[in-house]
Design a binder for this molecule. Structure first.
Ligand SMILES: *Cc1c(COP(=O)(O)O)cnc(C)c1O
Length: 409
């Protein structure tokens, strides 16, 4: 248990304390949901205004060249590559995470002819499973869903691709990327990693792990704004042999030759499909640039420190209030969010939000708290734990109004 003064002392020593001012956050709010929708970089509105008025408004279509709109997917992709252990030309920003999963799973199935199985685990983020199911129906393939503990043993010679989230959206459990990738490779399968809860949150080393394929989300830890474009990674060694099932013109070798026949671009560009949203890419790039100013190792260490502090403070009163930690307590085994199960998790979280601490609820019983080290401080974490404790002690969260379900939870 730390005191408020201890937490303040940690903030005073925090090398990222200046970063807090680079984000807009409402006064008095403790925002622990940046793992679902990252906070807004203070520079984003001004930068978007420049692009809207100065580029779109004034330079119009010439902006594709003079402001390099056309190069934005690759330019921002190369910046994200530095956050996830990829090289230049291995990451592009495009579409949504769901669509990128479709493209990469489809590419893996088409590549591994004769292998018809997508292996994954149950209870993961639903869109990943839904896309796999839809693709499997089109390819005559099978989605094999195996409990987490049995996954490694289920990797066999039928496997086309193993698809896993690196950090589980609910529990926060982190997978051993290098070990599972090696196990799949030993049986001739490809692996697709979903980095939605990893990129910008924890150290990721795609090339160090020998990874093949990855996707990730732009609007969570990367702070790219609501519905920000996502990114995808294809290891350089695979770019020439994999083909996207969405053969749009932006993935063509010569998009502006306007020829009738599709010919894939030689590198990562073949995984683009249609025209990118420049306004959305502008907001995302503004956010990514903040990460590139920081020492990423120290940033990730701070994230773990915030999680440790929260777990430590809440553990002191968890048992008496029916809270059970579901996130691994060892930092190497988790991402940068912490989840507790509580039998009445939904009204509890609604009441907490009403009291100025924003986390979220995940069905059936999980209250989830995201610790984004760029703009969350130790004092925030300390106060959030105190707010949770006083709320539980007061019983206010039992008021019926907190049980009313919102459309988006
Ligand atoms: C947030 C998230 C997504 C989001 O997919 P969208 O296509 O952006 O809606 C996908 N997968 C995982 C694991 C996520 O956490």
């Amino acid at each position: 248990m730390l005191t408020l003064d201890d937490a303040k002392a940690l903030d005073a020593d925090d090398p990222f304390k200046g970063m807090r001012e680079r984000f807009f956050l409402p006064e008095g709010l403790i925002y622990l949901d940046g793992n679902s929708l990252g906070a807004m970089p203070s520079a984003a509105p001004g930068r978007m205004d420049e692009v809207v008025r100065g580029e779109w408004g004034r330079d119009l279509i010439r902006s594709w060249n003079v402001h390099d709109w056309i190069g934005a997917p690759q330019r921002v992709g190369d910046k994200i590559a530095r956050l996830v252990g990829a090289g230049p030309g291995e990451v592009v920003v495009a579409d949504s995470t769901s669509v990128n999963i479709f493209k990469l799973l489809g590419a893996a199935l088409a590549h591994n002819v004769g292998r018809k199985v997508i292996l994954t685990e149950p209870g993961d983020f639903p869109t990943d499973l839904y896309i796999a199911q839809g693709l499997a129906a089109q390819f005559g393939a099978e989605v094999r869903v195996v409990e987490a503990e049995a996954l490694e043993a289920a990797i066999d010679d039928d496997l086309a691709v193993l698809m896993l989230t690196h950090v589980h959206y609910k529990s926060g459990r982190r997978r051993d990327m290098a070990a599972l990738t090696a196990a799949a490779h030993a049986k001739g399968a490809l692996v697709l990693w979903d980095l939605s809860h990893s990129a910008g949150a924890i150290a990721v080393d795609l090339n160090g792990a020998g990874a093949d394929l990855a996707v990730g989300c732009g609007y969570k830890y990367l702070n790219g704004g609501p519905g920000a474009p996502a990114f995808l990674f294809v290891a350089e060694r695979l770019q020439g042999v994999l083909a996207s099932p969405l053969t749009g013109w932006m993935g063509h070798a010569e998009p502006f030759a306007f020829v009738d026949d599709y010919r894939p671009a030689p590198g990562i560009d073949r995984f683009l499909c249609g025209t990118p949203s420049i306004l959305a890419l502008t907001a995302l790039e503004t956010a990514i640039d903040l990460f590139l100013e920081t020492d990423l190792i120290a940033l990730h260490a701070k994230g773990q420190g915030l999680c440790d502090l929260f777990i430590g403070q809440v553990s002191a009163f968890a048992a008496v209030h029916d809270l059970r930690l579901v996130t691994p307590s060892r930092p190497q085994r988790r991402g940068s969010h912490v989840s507790f199960a509580h039998p009445q998790g939904y009204p509890l979280m609604q009441a907490l939000i009403d009291h100025g601490v924003v986390g979220d609820f995940r069905t059936p019983d999980v209250v989830r708290f995201g610790f984004t080290p760029l703009y969350v401080g130790y004092e925030d974490v300390w106060r959030a734990a105190e707010a949770l404790k006083s709320l539980l002690e007061s019983g206010v969260w039992r008021e019926p109004r907190y049980a009313v379900r919102a459309k988006v939870t």
